[in-house]
Design a protein around this ligand. Sequence first.
Ligand code: T4K
Length: 365
Amino acid sequence: MHKFDQPKYVSVPSLPPIDEFTRILQPAWDSRVLTHNGPLVQLLEKNVNQYLNTKNTVSVTNGTIALQLAIRALDLSGEIITTPFSWIATASAIRWENCTPVFVDIDKDTFNIDPEKIEAAITSKTSAIMPVHVFSNPANIDHIEDIAKKHNLKTIYDAAHAFGVNYKGKSVMEYGDISCTSFHATKIFNTGEGGACFAQEEELFERLKRIRFFGHDNNKEIVEDGINGKLTEIHAAIGLANLPMLNSVIEKRKVIYKLYHDKLKKTNDIQFQKFNAEEYNYSYLPIVLPSEQICLDLIKNLSSFNAYPRRYFYPSLNTIKAVGSYVQMPVSENISKRILCLPSNNDLSIKEGEQIADIILEYFR
Ligand code: T4K
């Protein structure tokens, strides 16, 4: 097997021809309106609402700010229950808003927070539950919402990976008090940097719009504490150019997923995430290996062919000193050490995907 001429990265932003971007951006260039919720940001929010069949998209600077704004908009304090198996932003957004992340371990098959373990973590200080739809696999929303209702807690879903995914017939963004997503370059739908909050209630929707814009109301009076969380017209133009190709991007990722899956299932050494195909966008390609040593060896092996998987998510957030004192999370810690996300993106050809799968199979022989 030969080494790839070009590096094969875990993800590469999907982009249309640049002419499409400049065509959309031209009016902003002409008018000199570059930010402050201009026409392109408004159009992006409208088009996202149309695509997802949602009502209340509030675009923001990035997915981390989306989580922070959600925590603020809900006036949360004390403890927020979340998963240790996520990107650092899930926990750091909670801490940045002066709340404490309380971790609950994950399910070994879905990699999502285990709802059966949530109630034991609820204390008098708990104000919310913040699950993640890991790799776009929806958390067990029904169960989590029941728990939240029973204990009078708010819910924020970190849907950073889950753009375009439905749960029980409607967008995952329609669940919880607020759902948050990321439009980062590595995400299935990207604006370079960017993100959004989706509020279920009108009052929360209005509040999110105010607090992303310094606390201005519609008359530009300062009515509460806010921050600058606005998306720019330039980023919105990238999103507007990207959105029409999203269905084909998801289709392509699905083909690549199937290709890896069909080849790699031949070895019993690899575990795949358990998900419901109807409710998945194939934006990541996680495999779990038999041991951390094999995981590290395989990274080395693939990189010698110029292919670069990524350890999403490692380390398990409960083991990071800066995040808080250690509480054991056996399932998350175990999966974290053995998981690899394989290169899967719109630029990867079927042949290249097959070659990466063959390198892995060869490794196991
Ligand atoms: N919640 C969850 C569950 C999340 O996963 C994230 C972010 C957030 C919240 C917060 O959302 P944001 O605030 O980021 O919007 C990436 C991303 O920075 C981060 O957005 C993402 N999750 C996280 C899972 O991964 P890295 O450290 O993997 O990026 P990097 O630079 O190693 O890039 C990975 C590969 O992508 C590279 O090998 C090359 C390619 N790449 C990357 C960039 C940035 C490109 O081809 N072009 C690019 O511009 O973090």
